[in-house]
Ligand binder design. Structure first.
Ligand SMILES: [Zn+2]
Ligand SMILES: [Zn+2]
Length: 276
């Protein structure tokens, strides 16, 4: 049997964590997902959801690659709470966006220090490696990870994973997606799974068009046109209750049925797993 890829959602919110009864079904932690293939563990973003993943991976001798889409708080806040970071000799690589103005390694060290947080990277594993990237293809084991700049309020990366079994997974956490963006549409075309920012609906987007996020209506439209197999709406607004999110999914499924497409659409939910 072909080895499966397991995607698991540990945090699905954008902006800020929210733990209220009305959003408990989808969960309140901020962005963090894991992708596991054989013994390779990839962690996309280090929002508050990463803490529980850290408990699961503690003491396991598997190499971990953490990919940070960008350094906004909702994607970084959980990093110092990731247990494996404090295990001696633990092999961990942290990849993040790097520019001339904000070189990744220097910028990260400037954030994770007093007076903002008392435990600095000098306490992290001696085998921890920080790698700043722009648009780049990285080979980790037999898996290729491609980083691509996406439109956001600060420099942010999307990641595409190419697995040896031919599967492709794309993770784009924060992105102001335009339906007219042909380059992006080409990049995602025919992917097996697209996990994408869907923070707003059209009405909210009209007011907050410069906040760097997408509206779910555009995301489903682009996914349909790009022949995506599975779309996962992600980075839910902290104000979007379970009820609101359920309505969004209904709208998307109606649109997909009308288009007579085979696209499968779902909402990211804490604890939810996808096997492909
Ligand atoms: Zn975010
Ligand atoms: Zn952001």
């Amino acid at each position: 049997m072909r080895p499966k890829i397991e995607i698991c959602f540990w945090g699905v919110r954008g902006s800020i964590a929210t733990h209220l009864t009305e959003n408990s079904h989808y969960g309140g932690h901020t962005s963090c997902i894991s992708i596991c293939y054989k013994k390779h563990w990839f962690v996309c973003d280090a929002g508050t959801g990463i803490r529980l993943l850290g408990q699961k991976l503690a003491q396991k001798k598997v190499p971990v690659t953490i990919l940070l889409s960008h350094l906004h708080w909702d994607h970084l806040f959980g990093l110092p709470f990731f247990k494996p970071l404090y295990e001696k000799n633990r092999k961990i690589m942290i990849v993040g966006p790097s520019t001339k103005t904000f070189p990744f390694r220097k910028t990260l060290r400037q954030i994770v220090r007093s007076p903002y947080f008392p435990v600095t990277p000098q306490y992290w594993s001696s085998k921890m490696r920080l790698l700043g990237v722009g648009e780049k293809r990285l080979k980790i084991g037999r898996i290729v990870v491609e980083a691509k700049w996406v439109r956001h309020t600060d420099k942010a990366l999307g990641f595409q994973f190419y697995f040896p079994n031919g599967k492709r997974i794309i993770y784009v956490a924060d992105h102001n997606l335009k339906a007219s963006d042909k380059q992006f549409a080409k990049w995602i075309r025919n992917a097996d799974v697209l996990i994408h920012d869907a923070q707003f609906d059209k009405k909210e987007y009209a007011k907050k068009w410069d906040w760097g996020h997408s509206c779910f209506e555009t995301v489903v439209e682009v996914a349909l046109n790009s022949k995506i197999k599975k779309l996962v709406l992600f980075h839910h607004d902290p104000n979007a209750s379970d009820k609101i999110l359920d309505k969004r999914l209904k709208f998307c499924n109606k649109k997909i049925r009308r288009a007579k497409s085979k696209l499968k659409c779902c909402l990211a939910k804490e604890g939810f797993k996808i096997l492909i």
